[in-house]
Design a binder for this molecule. Structure first.
Ligand code: FAD
Length: 404
């Protein structure tokens, strides 16, 4: 009989737990979410000798899942390197240069060059590099997890189609709208930060740009653009009230966490085009105007996490990546955090399984190493937003005490 987790969301581990991940056994590891964090969890676990790894991804196989530019720092690049993924497979332009440009009255007035400690990829290139390495039968698409309970003391996953799976360890890598976070850490809710990352891919293959360009045309906006295969990827941050967001994208920000091309109304296009005309130098405004396919992401905040691992019956559940702590995009830390946390989790689980390290201590050590970085990124976002004059003045995230 399944027991609903919500009745005992943080029940203490048994004093002598049955150890499902014990030396020599093959634990069943269920990864919820098959995006960047989910795949970079599954691949190193498989490499480390965990054979019973399954990824459950809500999106159907056929769903178009385009994603934009992502900067990865050296630790995340190193994780991918150790997976044997050649950097040239997912880095199309190997520039480390970021041009920071102050713009006034649509003219560049000051430019500084910075070196980024990493490389730019795109979600699409990286996701393809990761999923193409998953052995057959690991990725299960069209499987939306809806609940987590226990059966005979073991974690039990329930899916939208009524199917169920038993696991020993549940890794929630299910992104900003995480079901895992809602079940395990329900008091942490997303809050709209008052501005939107409008995004587009402009098909301008003749573009001469090789570096990342960040334009700051004054308070209340920021424009980033960089080359990607087949054109330019741009992000235009603009302040937007919740009412206008709903008018532009058909639902409030808390409900429409990703506005896909079909959600972008004519009013939203006109709003972005008008700001580009008024604020950006002419070539950049032209890039925006020429972009047919647009998307948008409302920028959200959340209270910082205080833990990453929860006992569930005789097993465990963990949160990582955006499921743990979605952070504002201009921190450029979301994917980095997820990849670093995934690699750290593999190390902790491998020490437990191969050398008998205490599992709870191993997970506590993993949390101890990765939680501060996640918390720092949660705090960094509102500070950057305030410097840029974007959105509503931030409510300070509430510090809470930590535990495992
Ligand atoms: C404009 C912009 C720029 C960014 N730039 C950077 C950057 O430069 N550097 C950086 O590090 N990060 C950056 N980020 C953040 C980065 O894109 C995210 O942090 C990262 O993609 C999160 O990956 P994830 O796998 O944790 O979550 P997601 O990519 O959101 O994946 C979650 C997956 O879980 C699936 N899912 C959800 N619910 C369920 C369920 N119930 N059951 C099964 N599956 C489910 C979803 O379908 C999805 O595939 C940027 C973000 C934006 C919007």
């Amino acid at each position: 009989m399944a027991r609903h987790l919500l009745t005992h969301p943080t029940s203490a581990p048994r004093s002598t737990p049955i150890d499902p991940l014990a030396q020599g056994t093959q634990p069943r590891i269920a990864v919820i979410g098959g995006s960047l964090t989910g795949c970079t969890t599954a691949l190193p676990l498989l490499d480390a000798g965990f054979h019973k790894v399954a990824i459950y991804e809500a999106a159907p196989d056929a769903a178009p899942r385009e994603g934009g530019l992502i900067g990865l720092e050296h630790p995340a690049l190193d994780v991918l390197d150790r997976l044997g993924i050649d950097q040239r497979e997912f880095v199309a332009y190997d520039s480390e240069t970021v041009w920071q440009v102050t713009v006034r009255a649509r003219q560049h007035i000051h430019t500084t060059r910075q070196a980024y400690p990493g490389r730019n990829t795109t979600w699409t290139l990286l996701h393809h590099a990761l999923t193409s390495r998953l052995p057959d039968g690991v990725l299960h698409t069209g499987r939306r997890l809806t609940d987590l309970g226990t059966r005979h003391g073991q974690p039990l996953l329930a899916f939208h189609d009524g199917s169920r799976e038993v696991a020993d360890l549940v890794v929630f890598a299910d992104g900003r709208a995480s079901t895992g976070r809602r079940l395990l850490d329900p008091s942490r809710r997303l809050r709209y930060a008052g501005y939107v990352a409008h995004r587009g891919h402009a098909p301008t293959p003749e573009a001469a740009l090789r570096d990342f360009l960040r334009l700051e045309p004054g308070l209340g906006c920021q424009y980033n653009v960089a080359p990607v295969p087949g054109g330019l990827d741009w992000t235009f941050y603009l302040t937007c009230t919740p009412v206008d967001y709903t008018r532009h994208f058909g639902a409030p920000p808390e409900r429409r966490l990703f506005a896909l091309p079909q959600h972008v109304s004519a009013a939203a296009r006109a709003h972005v085009d008008a700001h580009a005309t008024r604020l950006l130098p002419a070539p950049h405004a032209a890039t925006v105007h020429a972009t047919a396919v647009r998307m948008a992401v409302p920028v959200m905040d959340i209270d910082p996490p205080t833990r990453m691992a929860w006992p569930v019956g005789s097993g465990w559940a963990v949160l990582l990546g955006d499921a743990l702590a979605p952070v504002r995009p201009h921190t450029a830390r979301g994917a980095n955090n997820g990849i670093e946390q995934a690699a750290g989790l593999t190390a902790a689980l491998t020490q437990h399984r191969r050398f008998g390290a205490d599992l709870q201590a191993a997970l506590r050590g993993w949390q101890h190493r990765h939680l501060p970085t996640a918390v720092a990124a949660v705090h960094q976002g509102p500070a950057i937003g305030a410097r840029l004059g974007l959105g509503a003045p931030a409510r300070s995230p509430q510090p809470r005490s930590s535990s495992t």
